[in-house]
Design a protein around this ligand. Structure first.
Ligand code: C5P
Length: 319
C-alpha cells in the first residue's frame, strides 16, 4: 500500500468574541474561522509493531504523546478497540508553531482523517468530531474547514447562513508572523479573564443574542458578498497587543498596506493578517511592504481562503 498523504490547513479567525466563562473553566466563544491554502502535510504508513511513531522536519516540536498527532492516533485506535494498530507518521511542517493558526489542531485533525482511512476504521464524521473535541477546542473545526461560525468552546460548528458551503471567499490574505515570538493560548485567555472577567456575559440568553448578532451581522453579509467588510473583532487582540511588541509593530505595518480591507490578529496570536478584495492585491501589498517586513524580522505568506479542512491528498505521481 502506498503512503497516504493528508493536508492540514492553517486557519485564521475573522471574528473572535469572548462571551463569558463556562462551568468547565473554558471560555464561551463566538467566532468565525476560515481555512487558508497554507498547510502542513502528514505522510502515513501502516506498521505491524503496534507502535505510533512521529518524525518531523520542524525544530522544537515534541514527537511523543505531548504531540496532538500522537494523541489523536492513540485515541482513534482506542475508540475502535484495536490497540495493535501501528503507524509511522511524518509531518512536513509549514504552518508556524505557537502562532494562533491552529497548526497543531489541524495536524491532529489530519491524523484522524488519515488514520481512519489507513486503518480502515470506518468511523463516520460525527464520531471523528467527538474524538476531535476531546483533543482540543479547535480540532473539530479543523476537520471541516471552510468558513464556519464556531460556538461553545469552539467545537460547535455552523455554516455561514445563506452561503454555499463549498465556496470560500475570494479574498487575498497577507499573513505575517515574527519567527521568534509565540503566544501561549492559556496565558492569553487567562489575561483576558483578569482584564475583562467582571464584564463577561453570564446568561445563556445573552450568549444566544450574541450568536444571533454574528449570524445576521455585517461580517456574515460581507462573506456572502453582500456588503463591505466591517472592522474585524478579536477580543484576544486587545489583550495581547499591549504586551507583545511585534504584534503592535506588525499591525502598524499591515495597516499601511495599500488596498487592505481589514487587519487583525488571528486567535491568540501572534500571527497577523490583512484581507484584500482579491489575491493579486495581497501579492501587490506584499511587494509594497516586503523590505519593511524583512527589516522588522517578519515572515510573510500570501494566501487564499479555502473551502475544506483536513483531507486526503491524491497519490503522489510515481517516478
Ligand atoms: O482546547 P485547547 O486545548 O485548544 O485550549 C487551550 C487553552 O486555551 C485552554 O486550556 C484554556 O486555557 C484556553 N481556552 C479557553 N476557552 C476556550 C478555548 C481555549 O479558555 N474556548
Amino acid at each position: 500500500m502506498p503512503d497516504l498523504r493528508v493536508t492540514a490547513p492553517a486557519k485564521i479567525n475573522l471574528h473572535l468574541e469572548v462571551l463569558g466563562l463556562r462551568p468547565d473553566g473554558f471560555h464561551e466563544l463566538a467566532m468565525v474561522m476560515q481555512t487558508l491554502d497554507l498547510a502542513d502535510t502528514l505522510v502515513l504508513a501502516p506498521t505491524a509493531d503496534a507502535a505510533i511513531s512521529l518524525r518531523t522536519d520542524a525544530e522544537g516540536l515534541p514527537t511523543d504523546a505531548d504531540n496532538l498527532i500522537v494523541r489523536a492516533a492513540e485515541q482513534l485506535r482506542q475508540r475502535v478497540g484495536l490497540p495493535e494498530l501501528g503507524a509511522a507518521i511524518r509531518l512536513e511542517k509549514r504552518i508556524p508553531i505557537g502562532a494562533g493558526l491552529a497548526g497543531g489542531s489541524s495536524d491532529a485533525a489530519a491524523a484522524l482523517v488519515g488514520l481512519n482511512e489507513l486503518w480502515g476504521c470506518g468511523l463516520a464524521a460525527a464520531e471523528l468530531h467527538a474524538i476531535a473535541a476531546s483533543l482540543g477546542s479547535d480540532v473539530p473545526y479543523c476537520l471541516e474547514g471552510g468558513t464556519r461560525l464556531c460556538f461553545g468552546r469552539g467545537e460547535i460548528l455552523e455554516p455561514l447562513p445563506g452561503a454555499a458551503s463549498a465556496e470560500a471567499p475570494d479574498l487575498g490574505v497577507l499573513l505575517i508572523k515574527h519567527p521568534e515570538v509565540s503566544v501561549s493560548t492559556p496565558w492569553a485567555y487567562g489575561r483576558c479573564r483578569e482584564l475583562r472577567g467582571d464584564f463577561y456575559l453570564e446568561s445563556e440568553a445573552d450568549f444566544a443574542q450574541r450568536r444571533d448578532a454574528l449570524r445576521c451581522g455585517p461580517l456574515a453579509a460581507a462573506l456572502r458578498g453582500e456588503g463591505p467588510l466591517p472592522h474585524l473583532r478579536n477580543d484576544l487582540q486587545v489583550v495581547v497587543e499591549p504586551e507583545v511588541v511585534s504584534v503592535r509593530e506588525g499591525l502598524a505595518l499591515l495597516r499601511r498596506a495599500e488596498g487592505a480591507l481589514a487587519v487583525a490578529m488571528s486567535g491568540s496570536g501572534p500571527s497577523l493578517f490583512a484581507l484584500f478584495p482579491e489575491p493579486a492585491a495581497a501579492e501587490a501589498a506584499h511587494r509594497q511592504l516586503a523590505a519593511e517586513l524583512a527589516a522588522a524580522g517578519f515572515e510573510a505568506w500570501c494566501c487564499r481562503c479555502t473551502g475544506s479542512g483536513a483531507s486526503l491528498l491524491p497519490d503522489a505521481p510515481q517516478p
